[in-house]
Design a protein around this ligand. Structure first.
Ligand code: HEC
Length: 293
């Protein structure tokens, strides 16, 4: 067991907050390096019997009096992820035509009639070409002159689009869509992007063929920073490569006391004026003058 004072013995606690305000894209993205799982385990006050951590069986005995095992129904309610190989995809189908009706009723007010987005949101559709569909890579992603990066430009896995819509949209009523609705809306968005014809019916039987038509299906890369990375070129001294380069460390990771903090990277300063002045004056505020170094 690790006491608070000796926590560095067990695990490094690294929290990196990378704040990327993409100039001109109107998009903000945050990346968090998670502390290692070991640091988050609940440690009983007295040493627990040494036992291989087996989920379910024996858990309740190990942590007697603390909680209970989740029921199969509870697990099923959480376990809704759809993976890139379509593991987890429920059966169903929906036409692009029905998707249009749903889109106009439930999505267009926020995302625009053609997925071009309205005032606030990054566009979902645009920036892809027939040549990209043939190639499997979106050429404009690396074109600095092109003004936006839409969802369709970046999408490498059909499952991501399907899963996002099912778990998170509409934003104000998540999980309110049926599986058939999600198929229909996915088909319609792909139709808007020129990937599928308007007569298309998307279902679990043809998702793999549709995956093979995604404009950026072969363009996924993790070797770049959120702040424009190697693909686009360095900006104001931003490091090339991923923003977060945490390595798992389980013992004597830091020489002294760990320092847990978040900070604005040097290359992000000065890009958006003084953020401290842009906070609403409600209650106590933290913030630094970000205009200079
Ligand atoms: C009330 C506004 C609102 C409505 C209505 C809404 N969305 Fe969204 N949508 C958002 C916001 C905000 C985001 C980005 C934040 C997020 O992902 O939670 C988003 C993100 C998305 C994304 C992911 C984009 C990306 O690149 O990560 C998809 C896909 C999407 N919406 C589809 C839909 C569909 C389909 C509907 C209708 C069923 C819908 N949205 C309705 C506000 C809305």
């Amino acid at each position: 067991m690790c006491s608070w004072r000796e926590r560095w013995r067990c695990a490094s606690v690294t929290l990196t907050l990378a704040l990327a305000l993409a100039a001109g894209l109107g998009a903000a993205a945050g990346a968090f390096a998670q502390p290692p799982a070991a640091a988050m385990k609940v440690a009983p006050a007295t040493a627990a019997p040494k036992r291989a951590a087996k989920p379910e069986a024996g858990l309740e005995a190990t942590f007697e009096g603390i909680g209970r095992a989740a029921t199969a129904a509870e697990l099923a309610a959480w376990d809704i992820d759809v993976r890139p190989d379509f593991k987890g995809l429920p059966p169903g189908r929906g036409s692009a035509a029905r998707g249009q009706v749903l889109w106009d009723a439930k999505c267009a007010n926020c995302h625009g009639v053609f997925g071009e987005s309205n005032e606030f949101f990054a566009p979902l559709v645009g920036g892809t070409t027939d040549a990209d569909i043939a190639l499997g890579r979106v050429t404009r992603l690396t074109d600095e002159a092109y003004p936006a990066r839409t969802t369709m430009m970046k999408l490498a896995h059909l499952s991501t689009l399907w899963d996002t819509i099912r778990r998170a949209m509409p934003w104000d009523a998540p999980k309110s869509l049926s599986d058939d609705d999600v198929y229909a809306l996915t088909a319609y968005l792909l139709h808007l992007a020129g990937v599928l014809p308007e007569t298309f019916v998307l279902g679990e039987h043809n998702v793999r063929q549709v995956q093979q038509r995604l404009p950026n299906r072969d363009g996924l890369t993790t070797q770049h920073g959120l702040w424009p990375g190697t693909g686009i070129g360095p900006l104001r001294g931003a490091p090339r490569g991923p923003d977060v380069r945490a390595r798992a460390c389980m013992t004597r990771c830091l020489p002294g006391e760990p320092h847990v903090a978040s900070s604005l990277p040097a290359h992000a300063r000065g890009l958006h004026g003084n953020l401290a002045e842009q906070n609403r004056r409600v209650g106590a505020q933290r913030g630094i003058d970000t205009r200079g170094p």
